[in-house]
Ligand binder design. Sequence first.
Ligand code: ADP
Ligand code: MG
Length: 686
Amino acid sequence: MQDKNSGLKMPVQYIKGVGPKRAELLNKVGLRTVEDILYNLPRRYEDRSQFTPISKAVIGEYHTLQGQVLTFGLKKTRRGMSIFQAAIDDGTGVIHAMWFNRPFIKKYFKVGQKIILYGKVDRHEVMAINQPEYEILDEDKDFDESAHIGRIVPIYPLTKELNQRFIRALTKVTVERYSRSLSEALPTRLRARNRLVDIRFAINNIHFPYSNEGLKRAYRRIVFEEFFILQCAIALKKKDAKVEEGLSHRTEGELVNAFKKSIPFELTKGQREAIAHIEADMKSPRPMNRLLEGDVGSGKTIVASYALILTVQSGYQGVIMAPTEILAEQHCLTLSQFLMPLGVNVSLLVSGVPLETKDKIKREIKSGEIDIVIGTHALIQEDVEFKRLGLCVIDEQHKFGVTQRDILRKKGLNPDCLVMTATPIPRTLALTVYGDLDISIIREMPEGRRPITTYWVEEEKRSEAYNFIKEQVKEGRQAYIVSPRIQAAEEMFERLKKEAFADLKLGLIHGGLNSEDKDRVMGDFKKGRIDVLVSTVVIEVGIDVPNATVMLIEEAEKFGLSQLHQLRGRIGRGEHDSYCILLANPATDEGRKRLQAITETVDGFAIAEEDLEIRGPGEFFGTRQHGLPEIRFGSIVADMEIMEQARKEAFELIKADPGLNAPEHALLKQNLYSRFKATADLIHVG
Ligand code: ADP
Ligand code: MG
């Protein structure tokens, strides 16, 4: 181990030019050691490597200029402002550099000295450059030695108290003196295979690139290492799960045959493939850990039912956990319809169930009388015990945390686990967040689906939208009106009842209602006793009312793209044409672009990619529980190719050396531990 006060772990205070006061400011923004400075990467760069002759400088554009100081002086304006001006001559012309209210810089100037400037060229009475960044060169220094100008210049993320020039100069000194202390964590052959530069070159060039090419190589190397370590952790976790002993299910039998016969439609290719994956997983004694991805309406429920039938046939119990009561109830309805006739005992457990019934259900789960239980978070209560849990299905996986998934799973002995999501997850994100799961994707919709047409209209057309809804209701259809907030939904409901829809049957549903009321409203809507249902996003997932053909979404600009797509998946579920109307007057071009995009595509995967690009991975799921690890350097969106390559290498390496015991993996192992010590459960190196 290195001495604490030398090399990479040395506190910033001991770097040349940093006193205790500046050290404190640096510490405040998390820069404590030499290593922190080396890994404090620039936010962006400015190419200031080409000097423009002053005579060629274009007014209104940024230029890097060099020249000699002709004259300089300080002026005061009548309003008490000070202007420091210097005339700079490069032999092709003269330009006046001006700095406002910074009289102190006068003391740095001498007639005849060499100076470089960077800034926007402007014209007052003469050619001028306002508030340029500048650097005065020592007589023995050449132009290309500057940290600030005359090169590709790094721009760092900043806080008020630390200025760009200081950080840049500090980084320059630190890189020059200490980057040689960096050790190489990536094995030589891996680097050669992937054309990765070594860490010292990378750190030097990421801060002070010799060229654009050097910068690219440096960036790729640093991001590769970051992704590689992450994928090593994922590979270890996946491997660990795989070696555990689980249950082996019987995939042939009377029950499953009867179930197959009872399916009233032809399965799609994606459904058949998913079922084949699941059969193979469940047959094997290793625990299944599979993610089933499929757009809304793609038919995931029947696939889950199949898995549940397999577990019941093998003498185990199955469970489905859903994020909302409405959804749990709906699953219960669907499953009862399919499975009760086959003699399978299906039951619902949500917090809204009366206490006595609940106790009875819990007893029957424990005794094994109930084969399949469907519920919400209520399921992960301590006093819910299974006799022999064989399969956990988690619907809308991203609405739950990893911990909740694990609690449910622990109610059995390494049961198989199927998690489902209707939010199509872009591939990079899947490799990262769900990197330890096997993935099945249903890409196509069942045949005979009517397309959903989406319109985006502005506020002025509201009454036309209402008229359209009335027409649809006249034809016997039903409609949703969705608001982003409960209060807005309530107000909308009151207003519509009195005005636009006075002669229609209206209903209101939102997350603030108790589950009995929610049930009643949902039931009424399903039975056609409500024409127009005013709601919040409680209807976002899983609701299935085929006769509903119109959805009007209020303040559509407030929703994420994937969420809008999810919402409109509530319509287009029957035999009639369906229409989604987005009411929005977005304030920005960006907002208009987004709404335009969603009217043009119905492909949930394309929308998800777009959404991820616009909002970034943290916001993508709209929940804090996405389990996304912290990524400091790379971009999960832009650096997809690097992620794929790093993953391939990581999985190969972990396969070859699962304990990371080879000497050339020692530093890697150390980095892996230090990076993931917070999520220690990710690594159990065997
Ligand atoms: P989701 O993937 O959104 O959960 P569901 O499982 O709720 O979708 O299925 C949506 C509707 O499509 C249901 O009414 C279901 O019965 C029906 N469905 C599922 N698979 C098929 C199929 N292969 N052919 C026709 N209809 C299907
Ligand atoms: Mg579903």
